[in-house]
Design a binder for this molecule. Sequence first.
Ligand SMILES: Cc1cc2nc3c(=O)[nH]c(=O)nc-3n(C[C@H](O)[C@H](O)[C@H](O)COP(=O)(O)O)c2cc1C
Length: 302
Amino acid sequence: MDTVSFTAAMARVPSPVTVVTTYGADGLPYGFTAGSFVSASLEPPLVLVCLDKGASTHPAFATTERFLVNVLGAGQQEVARRFAASGTDRFASGDMRPLEGGLPGLPDACARIACRLHSVLDAGDHTALLGRVEQTFTSERTPLVHVDRLFHRAVRDRPEPAGAAEGNAHGSQPPMTERAFPLIFAERVGMTADFYELLGYTRQSQNPPQGEPTYIGMRRGSAEIAVVSTDWPRTQCGLAPGPGPRFEMFVLVDDLDTTLKQLTDAQVPVLRAPADMPWGERIAHVLDPDGNPVAVACSTHR
Ligand SMILES: Cc1cc2nc3c(=O)[nH]c(=O)nc-3n(C[C@H](O)[C@H](O)[C@H](O)COP(=O)(O)O)c2cc1C
């Protein structure tokens, strides 16, 4: 196993962001940022954190009696960076206070877990510190997580919409406040939804649930559209859609030739054959069942 593949795979694994602190035999505070923090046993309550044998803090932690794990919250990435930086006084800013067991703690942490060192295990180039949990503190703060080599805030996943649970590999829904989608006025709602299914959209909701739909909500990854009947703007706000093309949909796909073959097999008219654009996209235009142009594109930067 090569290091690049190993670290690439591990970068995809979300980890907590913690700052582990202790006092050394010299009476000075020591701390380091750790993503390797995990619970190890319930009875007795044990946690584990791995520390690089070459780290400047290693001698202090390998011989300590107690340590405190500060679990960082969203917005505390500056603390994580400071406790990962070498050759600086990580405690100089004064944001750490003597907290559980008198150990250096972050008052507004997401959680704190105070431990007595239980055992020190050899873990390759790291040392695994097993700690027996003595005291804990928790707050309502949203946790900070590290994944894909970046800091993120842990947000609650939303339940899958009805019908999207099994076999739908299109990912989770973005938070409600980050959603926006156009409503497409279509003469033939069902047929237009069928067309967008060919482009990878899946039906998420339908109104009325039975019979001829006047509204079909669709999703493709985080992209959403709703196909509604041409009656919709009149019933909602007293307007009627004009004739002719009313919008152009732009859909990016992985493989333009394969998608175009599927569309032509389904008798979708092609308005313009694929053409390479100077900005690095290959684009073809087709016609949706309502007469609107749809650009189907893929990137040529690969
Ligand atoms: C998000 C993140 C997670 C980290 N996780 C660990 C870890 O679990 N174990 C570890 O030894 N170092 C980890 N590090 C690196 C240490 O925080 C620190 O940079 C390293 O111990 C070098 O410190 P030194 O200058 O004291 O030698 C992590 C750094 C970051 C930014």
